[in-house]
Design a protein around this ligand. Structure first.
Ligand code: ARG
Length: 430
């Protein structure tokens, strides 16, 4: 670590202690590097607007920042042990390129608001990816709901055969759920899309920083006004983003659970494309749905990250180095969670139903509710109809799954899935 921004004469530095303080920063900060550069450019422009940097100085710094970003993307610049973190590396590069001008970039800025703004841009980007995956999953689920509305599937409650359901009803449930998740991702973007840059170490600076400019340049939709709140929001905003992510992964966990049951020989309702299964190292007869299981397990990674960050936030107001540890779990959760969600659209697009197996699992008792409802519709008090239907009588259409589905006409059921309402809602998101 050859570049310590804060090194002063007479201050001794112990390498072991420094390594511990830096922790995983140079690895974690690789995910924030580009965002830090974007924010540094906006900061330089803001400094020019208030006369701290001349137009030429500002242009030189901005050009070097763009160049550094390019070098980073191509792997020619590596964020490694030479630096304490991304912030130090960027400043060191500017000083190396421009001497005194480079030494001006940190005017009015603290690493406290620098890390905040970089992580805020990361969060916004990650939530946009989350929204994209939610939308894709909802779209495919809606398409399949439409074409498979009348494909009979046994419906279970308590894991017991309950009523006739349909593949379309199964899909519509996931569609609506992921539309809600899309809405949550979008509203979380709105919630966190506020500019913390210019709050300094958490108490502002004695300089009229152009916070309006950095807000517009970085496409935030508002300034985070109170300098003290900017610091309070670290971890808090991360938790909101993770809450949005975890809703999607909770849905995915349940969807994966269904698929893991449905692909077992006991159900045999679904077959997966072969690349989504793996073989056993010992048992030659096996194809295992490992991918489905790891999709299911992915929720645990996000839940762990939320707990870790929540535990860290047991702090008084202001900046504390503890907050550095919020980056690891956040990055891990989004990296893993988004990778899991990215696999889902193709998987659900290509899974195949086994209609004869699904039909074979529909037994006469599953029409008892239809029968009771028919009797009730003809004027028999429901409690009496219930008793009569319990004696294994069938509805007028007999043990006919398609007829049972067609007769299910209340909104949201197989005979009236209401997919247009869901499609409209999906289209209304930007
Ligand atoms: N790596 C630090 C973090 O993530 C950067 C901010 C350091 N600030 C400080 N006052 N030591 O929090």
């Amino acid at each position: 670590m050859s570049h310590l921004l804060w090194q002063k004469p007479g201050v001794t530095v112990n390498q072991n202690i420094q390594r511990f303080l830096a922790g995983n920063d140079i690895v974690d900060d690789r995910h924030l590097f580009t965002f830090d550069i974007q924010a540094s450019r906006a900061h330089a422009e803001g400094l020019h607007n208030i006369g701290v940097l001349t137009a030429l100085e500002c242009r030189n710094l901005c050009e070097s920042l763009t160049r550094l970003d390019g070098l980073f993307q191509t792997g020619e610049f590596i964020l490694d042990e030479r630096f304490e973190d991304a912030h130090s590396a960027i400043e060191a590069y500017l000083i190396e390129q421009h001497g005194d001008t480079g030494r001006k970039i940190h005017t009015g800025r603290s690493r406290n608001d620098q890390v905040l703004v970089a992580s805020r841009l990361y969060l916004r980007d990650a939530l946009k990816q989350l929204a994209f995956h939610n939308r894709k999953i909802a779209e495919i689920s809606l398409q399949r709901a439409e074409s498979e509305a009348m494909l009979p599937l046994p419906g279970y409650t308590h894991m017991q055969r309950a009523m006739v359901s349909s593949a379309g009803m199964w899909w519509a449930g996931w569609a609506e759920s992921f539309i809600d998740d899309l809405g949550l991702a979008e509203s979380s973007i709105e919630w966190i899309n506020a500019n913390p840059l210019g709050s300094g170490s958490g108490f502002g600076v004695n300089m009229p920083l152009d916070r309006e400019h950095t807000t517009t340049a970085l496409e935030f939709n508002r300034v985070q006004v109170a300098a003290t709140y900017a610091q309070l929001s670290r971890g808090k905003f991360e938790l909101q983003a993770l809450a949005a992510l975890s809703q999607s992964l909770l849905d995915l966990r349940r969807l994966a659970w269904d698929l893991s049951l449905f692909t077992s020989a006991e159900y045999s309702f679904v077959t997966l494309p072969s690349e989504y299964t793996t073989g056993s190292s010992l048992m030659p007869n096996k194809r295992n749905p490992d991918l489905i299981e790891l999709l299911r397990a992915s929720y645990a990674v996000v839940a762990g990250a939320r707990t870790e960050i929540e535990s860290l936030l047991s702090l008084p107001s202001g900046y504390h180095r503890d907050l550095q540890f919020s980056k690891g779990p956040l990055l891990r959760a989004f990296h893993h969670g988004l990778a899991a969600l990215a696999l889902v659209p193709d998987l659900i697009d290509r899974l195949q139903w086994q209609p004869e197996k699904m039909l074979a699992a529909i037994e006469p008792g599953m029409f008892a509710t239809d029968c009771a409802m028919e009797l009730a519709a003809s004027g028999v008090p429901f409690r009496d109809a219930y008793q009569q239907a319990a004696k294994a009588t069938l509805p007028s259409f007999g043990a006919n799954p398609e007829a049972s589905l067609k007769a299910r006409v209340s909104l949201g059921s197989a005979g009236n899935l209401g997919l247009d309402i869901l499609k409209k809602r999906l289209q209304e998101f930007p």
